[in-house]
Design a protein around this ligand. Structure first.
Ligand code: ATP
Length: 308
C-alpha cells in the first residue's frame, strides 16, 4: 500500500450529548484527493478540525503526516494548508498583501516570499489583480486567492472545507483543474462537499450522515458495490406511484426526475423490470429501462435520503 498521510481510527467528537463525528476511521493515501460527501450538519467540518488538530477528539487515534494529533498539532500546522468554509481573507487588504501576510504567518523568509507571492498570483490568475482590494472582488476571484493563500507554504496536505459553495459551475471546474495540478505534484487533498459532481472527481470518498461514515471507496467502487439495480420508469401519476413504490421493502428509493421516476431496486431481485411490473400492475403499460448508476444513487442508497 502507498504511504498513508492520514490515519484515523475510531474517532469520535462529542459536543454535549451530540456526537458530531461518531467512531469514524479513515486512511488517506499520499497524492490522493479524498472527499467527505454529506449534507449540512453531518460532521464534515468537525472531522477536518479534528484532523488538523484544531479540535481535540473525545476518543480515538489520529495520525497526520506521521504526527500524533492533537499532541503535535503545532508542528503539523506548518506542513498543511487549510481553506475554511468562509474565505478567511482580509477584505480591506489587497491581493498581494493577503498573500504576503499568509506567507509571513508560515515563516517564509522575506527573501523568498516576494517571489513566492508572484508565483502564486501567476498560477492562480491573480497577477493583474495584485493591487486590488479583496472586498471588491468576485466570488471566483476570492476563491482563487483563498487557494493561493492556503498553498503559499507548498503544503504536503491541503484541507478544503466546501471550497466551491460560493462560486458558479465554470469557476468550480477551473478550481478543480488547479486541484488536479496540485495532486499531480504530490499534494494530498482532503475536501468536503455536498455536490455529487464534485465528489465524483475525488480519487476516493467517504459518504457521511449524522456523524457516521456510511460508505467509503473510489466513486467507481461505490457505484459497483451499492447493492441495487436502477430502473427508470416513464409513466403518468408519478407522485402516487412513488409513494406505493417506496412502501415496498425491495425498493430502496424512488426519485422523480422530470417525467421519470428513478427507482433503486435491491440487487437480490433478479429481473427488476419484470419484478416491478408484477408487483405494481399499473406499470404494465409503462416504459421501464435499466439505467447506469450515479454517485447520487449511491448516496441515496446508503443514507436516510432513500426514504424521502
Ligand atoms: N463547537 C460546537 N459546539 C457544539 N456543536 C457543534 C460545534 N461544532 C459543530 N457542532 C454541531 O455538530 C454537528 C456537525 O457540524 P459540522 O459543522 O461538523 O457539520 P458539516 O457537515 O460541516 O455541516 P456544514 O456543511 O453545515 O458546515 C452539527 O449538528 C453542529 O451544530
Amino acid at each position: 500500500m502507498s504511504e498513508l498521510v492520514i490515519k484515523a481510527h475510531n474517532v469520535t467528537k462529542q459536543f454535549g450529548d451530540l456526537k458530531a463525528i461518531n467512531n469514524i476511521s479513515l486512511n488517506v493515501e499520499k497524492g490522493n484527493i479524498y472527499g467527505f460527501l454529506g449534507p449540512n450538519g453531518c460532521g464534515k467540518s468537525t472531522a477536518i478540525r479534528v484532523l488538523t488538530g484544531l479540535l481535540t477528539p473525545s476518543t480515538g487515534q489520529v495520525e497526520v503526516l506521521g504526527l500524533s494529533i492533537p499532541k503535535q498539532a503545532d508542528a503539523l500546522r506548518l506542513k498543511i494548508g487549510y481553506m475554511t468554509q468562509k474565505f478567511s481573507l482580509y477584505e480591506d487588504l489587497t491581493v498581494a498583501e493577503n498573500l504576503l501576510f499568509m506567507g509571513q504567518i508560515y515563516g517564509i523568509s522575506s527573501a523568498q516570499l516576494k517571489n513566492r507571492c508572484q508565483e502564486q498570483m501567476q498560477t492562480y490568475g491573480l497577477d493583474k489583480l495584485q493591487k486590488q482590494i479583496v472586498g471588491g472582488m468576485s466570488g471566483g476571484q476570492k476563491q482563487r486567492l483563498s487557494l493561493a493563500c492556503a498553498t503559499i507554504n507548498k503544503p504536503e496536505l491541503l484541507f478544503l472545507d466546501e471550497p466551491t459553495s460560493a462560486v458558479d459551475p465554470e469557476n468550480r471546474r477551473n478550481f478543480w483543474e488547479k486541484l488536479f495540478d496540485l495532486s499531480e505534484l504530490g499534494t494530498t487533498i482532503l475536501v468536503t462537499t455536498h455536490y455529487m459532481d464534485e465528489a465524483e472527481r475525488c480519487h476516493r470518498l467517504a459518504i457521511m450522515e449524522s456523524g457516521v461514515i456510511r460508505a467509503d471507496g473510489s466513486p467507481e467502487e461505490l457505484m459497483r458495490t451499492m447493492g441495487v439495480n436502477i430502473v427508470e420508469v416513464k409513466t403518468t401519476s408519478l407522485r402516487s406511484l412513488k409513494s406505493k413504490l417506496i412502501a415496498n421493502k425491495q425498493v430502496r428509493s424512488a426519485a422523480q426526475l422530470g417525467v421519470r421516476l428513478r427507482v433503486l431496486v435491491d440487487e437480490q431481485v433478479a429481473n427488476p423490470i419484470e419484478w416491478l411490473k408484477s408487483q405494481f400492475p399499473e406499470l404494465q403499460q409503462a416504459e421501464l429501462t435499466l439505467a447506469r448508476p450515479t454517485l447520487e444513487d449511491v448516496f441515496v442508497s446508503v443514507t436516510g435520503a432513500s426514504r424521502t
